[in-house]
Design a protein around this ligand. Structure first.
Ligand code: CP
Length: 309
């Protein structure tokens, strides 16, 4: 399987076999991601890290991954400190990063920006989130977390909770889990339902997702609970946000009636949707999930650079 030079824009660009291969490569990266062993696979290579939107995990884990592979990182986390401020186009900024580096990772507020960037760069573009569009490396690390914690991905009851309208991670994950034959339940306020086109894509892959506003019943048989933040920054109307924020909170009380081996995931950042008391339970895997961004991104950076793992 050859990923040399491949742009990573959407999880839909990958077959299930390719995803399985990436997860296996990421598994091999764990001791190196933890710094227990060292690697020089990308010595001499440069990653451009272009973040036009705020990020903690995606940016730092990409940069950690590149450093763990002995590569170097250039870039910015504040676009107002770049020539975009003087009116430079995204296409020209990408042309520059392409000239100065070997791989480009980019987060941008506009849906479709990563696909556009790929048209202007010879180097592989790794989409670190494009507006309400795609966040494929997050989806891969989410799948990796389920694989790692549950020892397989497949016929499990997976509940996706929260902002299913604007949350890009849940769109990708719903699609990917449908490839694996998981049973999906979508729980959200009525105004933040999973978009019809995502539900249809899941159905086209043979899944039969159900939608509800009721968390208690959905949680009863859940193997995986994936919680999301209400994405305030994507609401055109702040009043609408104020109406739905705080609808759901995962509390110790709610967890009394769940399976013992339920895992709770969250792409983070969280605000109020998971009570911090839950962090101490065996259900909480969201911080391990955030760490998993490093081995997944190490695998992807290596694979697009032509390294055979
Ligand atoms: N999960 C995620 O994308 O987090 P950041 O926004 O902090 O990168």
């Amino acid at each position: 399987m050859d990923f040399t030079g491949k742009d990573i824009i959407s999880i839909k660009d990958f077959s299930k076999t390719e995803i399985d291969h990436i997860l296996k490569c990421a598994e091999k990266m764990i001791p190196f991601a933890k710094g227990e062993k060292t690697l020089t696979l990308l010595e001499g290579k440069i990653l451009s890290s272009l973040f036009f939107e705020p990020s903690t995990r995606t940016r730092l884990s990409f940069e950690s991954a590149m450093n763990r592979l002995s590569g170097r990182v250039i870039g910015f986390a504040d676009p107002t400190a770049t020539s975009q401020k003087k009116g430079e186009t995204l296409a020209d900024t990408i042309r520059m990063a392409d000239a100065y580096s070997d791989i480009i990772v980019m987060r941008h507020p506009s849906e479709g920006a990563a696909r556009l960037a790929a048209d202007f760069a010879d180097s592989p573009i790794l989409n670190a989130g494009d507006g309400a569009g795609h966040h494929p490396t997050q989806c891969l690390l989410d799948l990796f977390t389920i694989f790692h914690e549950k020892k397989h991905i497949g016929k499990q009851n997976v509940v996706l909770l929260g902002d299913l309208k604007y949350g890009r991670t849940v769109h990708s994950l719903a699609y990917a889990l449908s490839l694996y034959g998981s049973d999906l339940t979508f729980v959200s306020p009525k105004s933040l339902k999973m978009p019809r086109e995502v539900i249809n894509e899941c159905k086209n892959l043979g899944a039969t997702p159900t939608s509800t506003t009721k968390i208690e019943k959905a949680l009863k048989n859940a193997d995986v609970l994936y919680v999301t933040r209400i994405q305030k920054e994507r609401f055109p109307d702040l009043e609408e946000y104020n109406r739905v924020v705080g609808t759901y909170q995962i509390t110790m009380d709610l967890l009394k009636a769940v399976k013992k081996d339920l895992i709770i995931m969250h792409p983070l950042p969280r605000v109020t949707e998971i009570d911090p008391a839950v962090d101490q339970t065996n259900h909480a895997v969201y911080f391990k999930q955030a760490f998993n961004g490093v081995p997944i991104r190490m695998a992807l950076l290596s694979l697009v650079s032509g390294v055979k793992l």
